[in-house]
Design a protein around this ligand. Sequence first.
Ligand SMILES: Nc1ncnc2c1ncn2[C@@H]1O[C@H](COP(=O)(O)OP(=O)(O)OP(=O)(O)O)[C@@H](O)[C@H]1O
Ligand SMILES: N[C@@H](CCO)C(=O)O
Length: 312
Amino acid sequence: MSVFTTVTAEDLGPFLKRYSIGSLLELKGIAAGITNTNYFVTTTHGRYVLTLFENLAADELPFYVNLMAHLADHGIAVAAPIANLADQYVDELNGRPTLLVQCVPGTVVDEPSAAQCFEVGEMLAQMHLAAGSYRGQMQNPRGAAWWNATAPLLFDLMSAADAALLRAELALQAGQDFADLPKGVIHADLFRDNVLMNGDHVGGFIDFYYACNDVLLYDLAITLNDWCVCESGDMDAERARALLLGYQGVRALKVDEIAAWPNILRAAALRFWVSRLYDFYKPAAGEMTFAKDPGHFQRVISAHAERQDFWL
Ligand SMILES: Nc1ncnc2c1ncn2[C@@H]1O[C@H](COP(=O)(O)OP(=O)(O)OP(=O)(O)O)[C@@H](O)[C@H]1O
Ligand SMILES: N[C@@H](CCO)C(=O)O
Protein backbone atom coordinates (compact mmCIF):
# COMPACT_ATOMS: atom_id res chain seq x y z
CA MET A 1 0.00 0.00 0.00
CA SER A 2 1.36 3.38 -0.77
CA VAL A 3 -0.96 6.08 0.37
CA PHE A 4 0.92 7.31 3.42
CA THR A 5 -0.58 10.81 3.35
CA THR A 6 -4.30 10.93 2.65
CA VAL A 7 -5.62 13.46 0.14
CA THR A 8 -9.33 14.15 -0.27
CA ALA A 9 -11.20 15.80 -3.14
CA GLU A 10 -11.71 18.78 -0.77
CA ASP A 11 -7.93 19.07 -0.26
CA LEU A 12 -7.34 18.95 -3.98
CA GLY A 13 -9.80 21.71 -4.98
CA PRO A 14 -7.64 24.68 -3.84
CA PHE A 15 -4.48 22.87 -4.96
CA LEU A 16 -5.76 22.44 -8.54
CA LYS A 17 -6.70 26.14 -8.66
CA ARG A 18 -2.94 26.80 -8.69
CA TYR A 19 -2.69 24.87 -12.02
CA SER A 20 -4.20 25.12 -15.51
CA ILE A 21 -5.32 21.49 -15.81
CA GLY A 22 -9.08 21.84 -15.41
CA SER A 23 -11.21 20.67 -12.54
CA LEU A 24 -11.26 17.38 -10.68
CA LEU A 25 -13.29 14.45 -11.97
CA GLU A 26 -11.70 11.58 -10.04
CA LEU A 27 -9.04 11.01 -7.38
CA LYS A 28 -7.70 7.50 -6.82
CA GLY A 29 -4.87 6.26 -4.58
CA ILE A 30 -2.21 4.12 -6.30
CA ALA A 31 -1.42 0.86 -4.51
CA ALA A 32 2.03 0.18 -6.07
CA GLY A 33 5.18 1.97 -4.90
CA ILE A 34 6.87 1.87 -1.54
CA THR A 35 8.41 5.28 -0.91
CA ASN A 36 5.95 8.04 -1.74
CA THR A 37 2.21 8.64 -1.78
CA ASN A 38 0.84 8.55 -5.33
CA TYR A 39 -2.63 9.35 -6.66
CA PHE A 40 -4.17 9.24 -10.11
CA VAL A 41 -5.85 12.61 -10.64
CA THR A 42 -8.34 12.79 -13.50
CA THR A 43 -9.48 16.26 -14.47
CA THR A 44 -11.55 17.75 -17.26
CA HIS A 45 -8.24 18.10 -19.19
CA GLY A 46 -6.72 14.65 -18.75
CA ARG A 47 -5.06 12.15 -16.41
CA TYR A 48 -2.14 12.96 -14.12
CA VAL A 49 -0.15 11.41 -11.29
CA LEU A 50 0.23 13.40 -8.09
CA THR A 51 3.19 12.42 -5.89
CA LEU A 52 3.49 13.54 -2.28
CA PHE A 53 7.12 13.07 -1.23
CA GLU A 54 7.43 11.27 2.09
CA ASN A 55 11.23 11.49 2.46
CA LEU A 56 12.65 14.09 0.10
CA ALA A 57 12.37 17.78 1.03
CA ALA A 58 11.29 20.43 -1.49
CA ASP A 59 14.84 21.79 -1.83
CA GLU A 60 16.14 18.32 -2.75
CA LEU A 61 13.74 17.92 -5.67
CA PRO A 62 14.87 20.35 -8.41
CA PHE A 63 17.64 18.09 -9.78
CA TYR A 64 15.12 15.26 -10.37
CA VAL A 65 12.11 17.21 -11.60
CA ASN A 66 14.14 19.47 -13.90
CA LEU A 67 15.79 16.33 -15.29
CA MET A 68 12.39 14.77 -16.03
CA ALA A 69 11.29 18.00 -17.74
CA HIS A 70 14.55 18.14 -19.74
CA LEU A 71 14.16 14.54 -20.91
CA ALA A 72 10.50 15.03 -21.81
CA ASP A 73 11.49 18.13 -23.83
CA HIS A 74 13.88 15.93 -25.78
CA GLY A 75 11.25 13.33 -26.63
CA ILE A 76 12.32 10.69 -24.10
CA ALA A 77 9.42 8.61 -22.78
CA VAL A 78 9.16 9.97 -19.25
CA ALA A 79 6.30 11.48 -17.28
CA ALA A 80 6.50 15.22 -18.00
CA PRO A 81 6.15 17.44 -14.90
CA ILE A 82 3.37 20.03 -14.93
CA ALA A 83 4.22 23.55 -13.73
CA ASN A 84 1.83 25.55 -11.55
CA LEU A 85 0.74 29.14 -12.27
CA ALA A 86 3.84 30.40 -10.45
CA ASP A 87 5.87 28.36 -12.98
CA GLN A 88 7.06 25.94 -10.29
CA TYR A 89 7.04 22.15 -10.63
CA VAL A 90 7.25 21.54 -6.89
CA ASP A 91 4.19 22.60 -4.90
CA GLU A 92 2.86 21.55 -1.49
CA LEU A 93 -0.16 19.70 -0.17
CA ASN A 94 -1.02 18.41 3.32
CA GLY A 95 2.44 19.24 4.59
CA ARG A 96 4.31 17.35 1.86
CA PRO A 97 6.18 18.62 -1.20
CA THR A 98 4.34 17.53 -4.35
CA LEU A 99 4.87 16.92 -8.03
CA LEU A 100 2.18 16.61 -10.65
CA VAL A 101 3.17 14.73 -13.82
CA GLN A 102 1.43 13.58 -16.94
CA CYS A 103 0.18 10.01 -16.88
CA VAL A 104 2.22 7.80 -19.19
CA PRO A 105 0.59 4.84 -20.92
CA GLY A 106 1.37 1.22 -20.11
CA THR A 107 1.90 -1.23 -17.27
CA VAL A 108 4.78 -2.77 -15.35
CA VAL A 109 5.95 -6.01 -16.99
CA ASP A 110 7.27 -8.87 -14.82
CA GLU A 111 8.48 -11.14 -17.61
CA PRO A 112 9.60 -8.94 -20.48
CA SER A 113 10.09 -10.27 -23.99
CA ALA A 114 13.30 -9.83 -25.97
CA ALA A 115 11.46 -7.22 -28.10
CA GLN A 116 10.61 -5.21 -24.96
CA CYS A 117 14.22 -5.47 -23.72
CA PHE A 118 15.40 -4.13 -27.07
CA GLU A 119 13.12 -1.09 -26.72
CA VAL A 120 14.23 -0.43 -23.14
CA GLY A 121 17.91 -0.61 -24.18
CA GLU A 122 17.27 1.80 -27.04
CA MET A 123 15.36 4.29 -24.85
CA LEU A 124 18.05 4.11 -22.17
CA ALA A 125 20.75 5.03 -24.72
CA GLN A 126 18.55 7.85 -26.05
CA MET A 127 18.10 9.04 -22.49
CA HIS A 128 21.87 9.04 -21.91
CA LEU A 129 22.40 11.12 -25.04
CA ALA A 130 19.54 13.55 -24.31
CA ALA A 131 20.76 14.07 -20.74
CA GLY A 132 24.15 15.15 -22.13
CA SER A 133 22.92 18.76 -22.24
CA TYR A 134 21.39 18.70 -18.73
CA ARG A 135 23.23 21.07 -16.40
CA GLY A 136 22.15 19.69 -13.02
CA GLN A 137 24.69 17.85 -10.88
CA MET A 138 24.09 15.12 -8.30
CA GLN A 139 26.62 12.77 -6.73
CA ASN A 140 25.65 9.11 -6.65
CA PRO A 141 24.34 8.55 -3.09
CA ARG A 142 24.80 4.77 -3.52
CA GLY A 143 28.27 4.70 -5.07
CA ALA A 144 31.42 2.87 -3.94
CA ALA A 145 31.95 5.22 -0.96
CA TRP A 146 28.48 4.31 0.28
CA TRP A 147 28.79 0.55 -0.09
CA ASN A 148 32.28 0.56 1.51
CA ALA A 149 30.90 2.49 4.49
CA THR A 150 27.72 0.39 4.75
CA ALA A 151 29.01 -3.18 4.39
CA PRO A 152 31.02 -3.13 7.67
CA LEU A 153 27.73 -2.46 9.52
CA LEU A 154 26.40 -5.73 8.12
CA PHE A 155 29.25 -8.26 8.33
CA ASP A 156 28.44 -9.33 11.91
CA LEU A 157 24.76 -9.80 11.09
CA MET A 158 25.40 -12.08 8.11
CA SER A 159 26.51 -15.69 8.06
CA ALA A 160 30.31 -15.99 8.12
CA ALA A 161 30.29 -17.50 4.62
CA ASP A 162 28.15 -14.70 3.11
CA ALA A 163 30.20 -12.02 4.88
CA ALA A 164 33.38 -13.53 3.39
CA LEU A 165 31.82 -13.41 -0.07
CA LEU A 166 30.78 -9.80 0.44
CA ARG A 167 34.28 -8.87 1.62
CA ALA A 168 35.79 -10.55 -1.43
CA GLU A 169 33.41 -8.71 -3.77
CA LEU A 170 34.21 -5.35 -2.16
CA ALA A 171 37.92 -6.09 -2.58
CA LEU A 172 37.42 -7.00 -6.24
CA GLN A 173 35.56 -3.72 -6.87
CA ALA A 174 38.18 -1.70 -4.94
CA GLY A 175 40.66 -2.89 -7.56
CA GLN A 176 38.57 -1.57 -10.49
CA ASP A 177 38.91 1.85 -12.03
CA PHE A 178 35.84 2.94 -13.97
CA ALA A 179 36.67 6.66 -13.63
CA ASP A 180 37.71 7.19 -17.25
CA LEU A 181 34.62 5.58 -18.79
CA PRO A 182 32.02 7.89 -20.41
CA LYS A 183 29.92 9.63 -17.77
CA GLY A 184 26.65 11.51 -17.70
CA VAL A 185 23.29 11.54 -15.99
CA ILE A 186 22.06 8.05 -15.17
CA HIS A 187 18.71 6.78 -13.89
CA ALA A 188 20.49 4.34 -11.53
CA ASP A 189 17.38 2.27 -10.68
CA LEU A 190 15.83 1.32 -14.03
CA PHE A 191 14.28 -1.93 -12.81
CA ARG A 192 11.17 -3.39 -14.46
CA ASP A 193 8.96 -1.70 -11.85
CA ASN A 194 10.27 1.72 -12.90
CA VAL A 195 9.24 1.37 -16.55
CA LEU A 196 5.70 1.31 -17.92
CA MET A 197 5.54 -0.75 -21.13
CA ASN A 198 2.89 0.03 -23.69
CA GLY A 199 2.88 -3.22 -25.65
CA ASP A 200 6.41 -3.60 -27.01
CA HIS A 201 7.10 0.12 -26.62
CA VAL A 202 8.31 2.10 -23.65
CA GLY A 203 5.33 4.07 -22.31
CA GLY A 204 7.55 5.87 -19.81
CA PHE A 205 10.48 5.66 -17.43
CA ILE A 206 9.41 6.71 -13.93
CA ASP A 207 10.94 7.16 -10.48
CA PHE A 208 14.04 9.26 -11.14
CA TYR A 209 14.85 9.73 -7.45
CA TYR A 210 18.18 7.86 -7.58
CA ALA A 211 19.26 9.67 -10.77
CA CYS A 212 22.75 11.14 -10.53
CA ASN A 213 25.97 11.80 -12.47
CA ASP A 214 27.92 8.59 -12.92
CA VAL A 215 29.28 6.12 -15.47
CA LEU A 216 26.81 5.41 -18.30
CA LEU A 217 27.86 1.76 -18.57
CA TYR A 218 26.95 1.28 -14.90
CA ASP A 219 23.36 2.33 -15.70
CA LEU A 220 23.25 -0.19 -18.53
CA ALA A 221 24.50 -2.89 -16.13
CA ILE A 222 21.87 -2.02 -13.48
CA THR A 223 19.17 -2.23 -16.13
CA LEU A 224 20.37 -5.51 -17.63
CA ASN A 225 20.79 -7.11 -14.19
CA ASP A 226 17.07 -6.70 -13.61
CA TRP A 227 15.44 -6.88 -17.06
CA CYS A 228 17.29 -9.96 -18.26
CA VAL A 229 17.41 -12.02 -15.09
CA CYS A 230 15.92 -15.47 -14.44
CA GLU A 231 14.61 -16.63 -11.06
CA SER A 232 17.91 -18.52 -10.48
CA GLY A 233 19.87 -15.27 -10.69
CA ASP A 234 21.27 -16.29 -14.06
CA MET A 235 20.65 -14.19 -17.16
CA ASP A 236 18.38 -14.87 -20.09
CA ALA A 237 20.85 -14.64 -22.98
CA GLU A 238 18.22 -13.75 -25.59
CA ARG A 239 16.90 -10.83 -23.55
CA ALA A 240 20.42 -9.68 -22.67
CA ARG A 241 21.50 -9.65 -26.34
CA ALA A 242 18.32 -7.78 -27.30
CA LEU A 243 18.80 -5.10 -24.62
CA LEU A 244 22.44 -4.58 -25.63
CA LEU A 245 21.54 -4.49 -29.31
CA GLY A 246 18.89 -1.84 -28.64
CA TYR A 247 21.34 0.23 -26.60
CA GLN A 248 24.26 -0.09 -29.01
CA GLY A 249 22.09 0.84 -31.98
CA VAL A 250 22.03 4.34 -30.46
CA ARG A 251 25.31 4.51 -28.51
CA ALA A 252 27.99 2.00 -29.47
CA LEU A 253 30.17 0.95 -26.54
CA LYS A 254 33.82 1.99 -26.65
CA VAL A 255 36.72 -0.46 -26.36
CA ASP A 256 37.39 0.41 -22.71
CA GLU A 257 33.68 0.02 -21.88
CA ILE A 258 33.67 -3.45 -23.42
CA ALA A 259 36.71 -4.34 -21.30
CA ALA A 260 35.00 -3.06 -18.13
CA TRP A 261 31.65 -4.76 -18.82
CA PRO A 262 32.11 -8.04 -16.87
CA ASN A 263 33.20 -6.25 -13.68
CA ILE A 264 30.75 -3.38 -13.91
CA LEU A 265 27.91 -5.92 -14.09
CA ARG A 266 29.17 -7.20 -10.73
CA ALA A 267 29.47 -3.65 -9.34
CA ALA A 268 25.86 -2.95 -10.34
CA ALA A 269 24.72 -6.14 -8.57
CA LEU A 270 26.86 -5.34 -5.49
CA ARG A 271 25.13 -1.97 -5.04
CA PHE A 272 21.72 -3.67 -4.73
CA TRP A 273 23.06 -6.61 -2.71
CA VAL A 274 24.29 -4.11 -0.10
CA SER A 275 21.18 -1.90 -0.15
CA ARG A 276 18.90 -4.92 0.20
CA LEU A 277 21.08 -6.34 3.01
CA TYR A 278 20.89 -3.00 4.76
CA ASP A 279 17.09 -2.80 4.42
CA PHE A 280 16.84 -6.42 5.62
CA TYR A 281 19.10 -6.19 8.68
CA LYS A 282 18.64 -2.54 9.60
CA PRO A 283 15.08 -1.49 8.81
CA ALA A 284 14.60 2.11 9.91
CA ALA A 285 12.56 2.32 13.13
CA GLY A 286 8.91 3.15 12.52
CA GLU A 287 9.27 2.79 8.76
CA MET A 288 7.06 0.43 6.78
CA THR A 289 9.43 -2.19 5.43
CA PHE A 290 9.17 -4.12 2.21
CA ALA A 291 12.62 -5.74 2.30
CA LYS A 292 13.44 -7.44 -0.98
CA ASP A 293 15.56 -10.61 -1.08
CA PRO A 294 19.26 -9.66 -0.74
CA GLY A 295 20.28 -13.21 -1.72
CA HIS A 296 19.01 -12.56 -5.23
CA PHE A 297 21.86 -10.18 -6.04
CA GLN A 298 24.38 -12.47 -4.36
CA ARG A 299 23.26 -15.13 -6.87
CA VAL A 300 23.49 -12.62 -9.75
CA ILE A 301 27.12 -11.91 -8.77
CA SER A 302 27.97 -15.64 -8.57
CA ALA A 303 26.45 -16.21 -12.00
CA HIS A 304 28.44 -13.30 -13.48
CA ALA A 305 31.62 -14.61 -11.83
CA GLU A 306 31.23 -17.93 -13.64
CA ARG A 307 30.15 -16.50 -16.98
CA GLN A 308 32.32 -16.71 -20.09
CA ASP A 309 29.99 -15.01 -22.57
CA PHE A 310 28.87 -11.45 -21.76
CA TRP A 311 26.70 -11.06 -24.90
CA LEU A 312 28.84 -8.34 -26.51
N1 LIG B 1 3.47 9.00 -14.73
C1 LIG B 1 2.81 7.88 -14.44
N2 LIG B 1 1.89 7.41 -15.29
C2 LIG B 1 1.19 6.29 -15.00
N3 LIG B 1 1.35 5.58 -13.87
C3 LIG B 1 2.26 6.00 -12.99
C4 LIG B 1 3.05 7.16 -13.22
N4 LIG B 1 3.87 7.33 -12.16
C5 LIG B 1 3.61 6.32 -11.30
N5 LIG B 1 2.64 5.51 -11.80
C6 LIG B 1 2.06 4.33 -11.15
O1 LIG B 1 2.32 4.41 -9.77
C7 LIG B 1 3.04 3.27 -9.32
C8 LIG B 1 3.96 3.67 -8.18
O2 LIG B 1 4.91 4.63 -8.61
P1 LIG B 1 6.40 4.60 -8.09
O3 LIG B 1 7.03 3.27 -8.36
O4 LIG B 1 7.07 5.80 -8.65
O5 LIG B 1 6.18 4.71 -6.50
P2 LIG B 1 7.13 5.30 -5.40
O6 LIG B 1 6.64 4.84 -4.08
O7 LIG B 1 7.19 6.80 -5.61
O8 LIG B 1 8.55 4.69 -5.75
P3 LIG B 1 9.23 3.28 -5.33
O9 LIG B 1 8.18 2.29 -5.04
O10 LIG B 1 10.07 2.88 -6.50
O11 LIG B 1 10.05 3.63 -4.15
C9 LIG B 1 3.73 2.73 -10.56
O12 LIG B 1 3.98 1.35 -10.49
C10 LIG B 1 2.70 3.05 -11.65
O13 LIG B 1 1.72 2.04 -11.68
N1 LIG C 1 15.14 -1.32 -7.24
C1 LIG C 1 15.62 -1.50 -5.88
C2 LIG C 1 14.75 -0.79 -4.86
C3 LIG C 1 14.72 0.71 -5.01
O1 LIG C 1 15.99 1.25 -5.04
C4 LIG C 1 15.68 -2.98 -5.52
O2 LIG C 1 14.99 -3.77 -6.19
O3 LIG C 1 16.40 -3.34 -4.60
